[in-house]
Design a protein around this ligand. Sequence first.
Ligand code: SF4
Ligand code: SF4
Length: 392
Amino acid sequence: MQYRKLNNQDGLSALGFGCMRFPKKGNGFNHEEIEREIKYAVENGVNYFDTAYLYPGNEEEFGRAVDKLGLRSKIFIATKMPHYFMKSVEDAEKRFKEQLTRLRTDHVDYYLMHMLPDVVSWHALCERGIDEWLEKKKADGLIKRIGFSFHGSSDMFIKLLHERKWDFAQIQYNYLDENTQAGAKGLKEAASLGVPVIIMEPLRGGRLVSGIPEKATQLIKESTGMSNAEFGLRWLWNQPEVTTVLSGMNSMAMVEENIRIASETEENSLTEDNMRTYEKVVEEIEKKVRVRCTGCGYCMPCPAGVDIPGCFKTYNTSYVENYASGIREYFMCAGMKNERALASQCRKCGKCEKHCPQGIQIRDELVKVKRRFENPIFKIGLFFAPGHIKKK
Ligand code: SF4
Ligand code: SF4
């Protein structure tokens, strides 16, 4: 494992374990597999683990596994405060205590304001006394480092960076988002201020692995010999300003592969040829992908039952692969369920758009999904689908 030198006073591992996508078994977590993966990761040098109050059951499951494995002293736990619920210091206190209980720990190493959107929201939190509360927690040793996670423009990210002395920040960053979100500009600004940067969505929720056009995959293979995942990750670890890259790992194969890549990739090791391949791959992707949804699910649940990320994933598939694959997937994910989850069910309430970190105009895009897929033949198929028959 490598440990970046720049602004990395705690020696965080270059690879961080994103717990959000822990493997499942039936309706719950796959405890044995999760323990196996965490143990292997720690034995191979991973020391940063990221969860959040809002990931369903995630803090508890992670706390349980770490407690059982006796690994607490070997790792840094990062978790996030759902600051939008924090109307007062009392609220913050209550949720924080809950988090310590869930995580079975007496302190949190890295504590983030989850998806802090802008300076106005930060000021509102300060007015409620949250900044002072955080500092007090830090002075008492209950929180070691204070930071925020961010999905938004580079200008807003930079403004937020200057609002206080942050200990770290977490941004969405990958080769497709070099000039969107906080972007390279935000990353460099953070580094110049001495703020370590944790990367989330390094592979855009797996879309840069399995959701890119065949031509892009071929280009990667022929020019670099890398898998799509390795191609995406190496771009990040090539940059000295990147402290830790979070990967939402949910299989042992993924843990092993990511540890290998993190251990091998040196800073500034990519060649000019490699960089040209990234440019060409981005061009290929931008030609085909219609909606830049990462599948994070923050827009869910939809009160009308629409499977928003599913709609966008299948819509993109219909352009990236072919129409038949897209509509087949759409039928499976939105039409075959007992409770339908179709784009046409959208009532345009707008609730989802307030939560989308990518700023997607979800209502407008769903209209396009509906137009593309929900033709008369599709509707006949729906009529005979098991969910419909069962209801009748
Ligand atoms: S705008 Fe449509 S998709 Fe979004 S939450 Fe409302 S009903 Fe659901
Ligand atoms: S539409 Fe936005 S919030 Fe919903 S899954 Fe996609 S990126 Fe996430």
